[in-house]
Design a protein around this ligand. Sequence first.
Ligand SMILES: Nc1ncnc2c1ncn2[C@@H]1O[C@H](COP(=O)(O)OP(=O)(O)OP(=O)(O)O)[C@@H](O)[C@H]1O
Ligand SMILES: [Mg+2]
Length: 269
Amino acid sequence: MSSIDAPQSEAAVRDRAAHQAYAAGRQVIVRLSDVERTYRVHDETVHALRGINLDIYAGEYVSIMGPSGSGKSTLFNMIGGLDQPTRGGVTVHGIRIADLTRPQQARLRNRCIGYIFQTYNLIPVMTALQNVALPLLLGGREMKQAQDRAAELLASVGLEQRLHHRPDELSGGQQQRVAIARSFANDPSIILADEPTGNLDTHTGEQIIENLSEMSRRHGVTIISATHDHKMLYVSDRVVTIRDGRADRIELRSELDIRVGRIGEEDRS
Ligand SMILES: Nc1ncnc2c1ncn2[C@@H]1O[C@H](COP(=O)(O)OP(=O)(O)OP(=O)(O)O)[C@@H](O)[C@H]1O
Ligand SMILES: [Mg+2]
């Protein structure tokens, strides 16, 4: 190694040690191993993910940042088992998703994963209450129990007055909150939140982020949340920056503190 490299290497060694200390004793809940995803569109090949290696630990709050088109939603689809990698593999709770049958994948999603889709994916002909009750019914709850729990979840996101509205009778932000309530339904161990505050005003967005953060702190739920918004980073244990289908940078909260001062304050000044 040349002497020119030395100062950078020292910092790299320090960073690696900090990351190793962070990982020590933690349980891996999601592992992405060399995940590639290419799409063929007409004669063109689109490289949405170009080899992502990432371990996510039980109970942590990970924010995924990156420009539009960098591969965030594709990554979520891989973790949620909605799409398969072209190369590489994904394990959730130590189980390789590709080894599961479709019904087993659906069961894993229903029991363990709460998915907040970027485009909500609510069922248009169902009311808010029915949308939130559905995963509970699919998970085996009785109708009355499912409805009571759904009403409680909707109240927790401020929608107690909108239980019987269909998605087209709700604003974008309200639909997003129904999707958030639905993701909490079966007490998942992992929540995949694809831009959960994208359509919310700052105050409501912060409330939702606080909700997610509390689930992680109090109940040990692992939160994986894509965001464009620096204001929403302050709850993160780690921030992964995706660029052009690669995990470009992984930062610990302590490193973010150094980079942006107090996280969450930078856009407010
Ligand atoms: N089904 C598909 N067929 C072809 N190309 C796709 C498909 N899905 C995604 N892509 C491409 O893969 C790349 C990554 O898309 P992705 O939706 O993961 O980005 P993103 O980071 O979530 O963006 P945004 O911040 O806008 O939501 C983009 O270039 C997109 O055009
Ligand atoms: Mg996206």
